[in-house]
Design a protein around this ligand. Structure first.
Ligand code: NZQ
Ligand code: ZN
Length: 385
């Protein structure tokens, strides 16, 4: 196991009545900006419940934040915070809204041009406004990590930053708030969480038994509960297990002291930027192909994955690995996500521009060993058609 430091200050409030605890978590004299997305938080009553619990606190609103939040839209919220002297951000939604909250929290007190935050991976941030979250879509783990992913449609880029000051102070995880999710978003959440685990687990062994077994537990839970969430949309326990899995998949724990990959995510971001595919859809398409093309580098962990996650013990090592990758792809399909670019009308001609964008950003040595270069990325896109 590698040396590591683990720091995660986010307080989690988990359960049916966790929303009520907002009253004790948000300071009485806070001047709050409520952030939310297009429709769902209003339609399913979450926003009204939050407003009721916050009572007489000063609350302003900034709604309409789009999935894959866009830099230019978020600057308007930064302006609102500065003008109205707001000092607390409460993000109500999925990863997009929480990531937006992190960016706004860092950008509002930032001295320079806010785009610098994304250009420099957050290195020059020295403070951020306090942020709390009410999670409505289990998927990204953003509710318990210090990372945010922001798009810039004008530049055709999706960039991330991280900084300790944007860890949410608290996150409310009330699984029933996810009952109103449409099936494709339930599937997206399960697949995104699954791939967060594989990015930190399917690399090469460093004898990190605790991290490995936590990771395998999360994968097994997602495989078991994912289809149930589609079949029984109001099963609280199923949603609770999925929600906690998604949070634990990317709160730093399973990634401590181990090599990490993230090449599937980096290539996936390009598909979202250029073709508008949902984040998780890009992962469902690319992960099986990435694993197939990286079989040699990932041999030992793929074999462990085949045995411990898919209970495959017959046949040659090669056969077990192939079967595990195919079962992974079938799992994504069983959740309702298609796993080929052609399913989304994306053909061969799309590949060159995707590679150009990777090159422009210097994303030419990806993966746990830096071996996912442009040629390998081309092969991954090609084999995903
Ligand atoms: O806009 P509304 O109407 O609210 O609808 C949203 C949105 O259209 C809807 N939704 C959310 N909760 C709902 C609901 N609909 C009904 N009932 C509910 N309870 O779901 C749609 C998608 O929401 P979004 O927040 O975009 O989804 P997700 O949580 O998958 O977040 C995706 C974003 O997170 C980034 C992705 O790149 C993408 O921008 N990621 C952030 C990470 C992080 N911060 O650590 C890591 C991830 O790998 C990922 O990159
Ligand atoms: Zn993801």
């Amino acid at each position: 196991m590698y040396d590591f430091e683990f720091y995660n200050p986010t307080r989690l409030l988990f359960g049916r009545s966790s929303l009520e605890q907002l009253d004790t978590l948000v300071p009485n004299d806070a001047r709050v900006l409520l952030l939310y997305g297009g429709q769902s938080a209003k339609r399913n009553g979450t926003l009204a419940q939050v407003s009721q619990v916050l009572g007489k606190r000063i609350c302003a609103e900034f709604g309409g934040i789009s999935p894959n939040p866009n830099y230019h839209q978020l600057l308007q919220a930064v302006e609102q915070i500065r003008q109205q002297k707001l000092d607390f951000i409460l993000a109500i939604g999925g990863g997009s809204i929480i990531d937006a909250g992190k960016f706004i929290a860092a950008a509002a007190p930032y001295q320079g041009e806010p785009w610098e935050i994304l250009e420099t991976d957050g290195r020059h941030i020295d403070q951020a406004l306090p942020l709390g979250t009410v999670l409505t879509l289990p998927a990204t783990g953003s509710e318990m990590n210090n990372c945010a992913v922001i798009s810039n449609s004008a530049l055709g880029l999706k960039r991330s930053f991280r900084h300790p000051s944007v860890f949410p102070r608290f996150s409310v995880l009330a699984p029933q708030l996810s009952f109103s999710l449409p099936q494709p978003q339930i599937a997206n959440g399960v697949v995104d969480a699954f791939v967060h685990v594989t990015e930190q687990y399917l690399t090469y062994p460093v004898d990190a038994k605790v991290q490995d077994r936590f990771a395998e537990g999360l994968l097994l839970t997602l495989i078991e509960e994912g289809p149930k969430a589609l079949a029984e949309p109001e099963n609280y326990q199923v949603r609770a297990n999925i929600m906690f899995s998604a949070t634990m998949a990317l709160n730093g724990l399973i990634g401590t002291g181990v090599p990490q990959d993230w090449s599937t995510h980096k290539l996936g971001h390009e598909l979202t930027v250029r073709h508008g595919l949902d984040h998780a859809v890009t992962l469902a398409i690319l992960l099986p192909t990435m694993l197939r093309l990286r079989k040699a580098a990932k041999h030992a962990k793929l074999l462990q994955y085949a045995e411990r996650v898919w209970q495959l013990s017959d046949g040659s090592e090669e056969q077990r690995i192939d079967a595990a990758i195919e079962l992974t792809r079938q799992f994504f399909e069983s959740m309702g996500l298609k796993t080929h670019l052609s399913d989304y009308g994306i053909g061969h001609e799309a590949i060159a521009p995707l590679l150009e964008n990777l090159e422009r950003q210097g994303l030419t040595q990806l993966g746990e060993d830096g071996r996912v270069d442009l040629e390998l990325s081309r092969q991954v896109f090609q084999a995903s058609l």
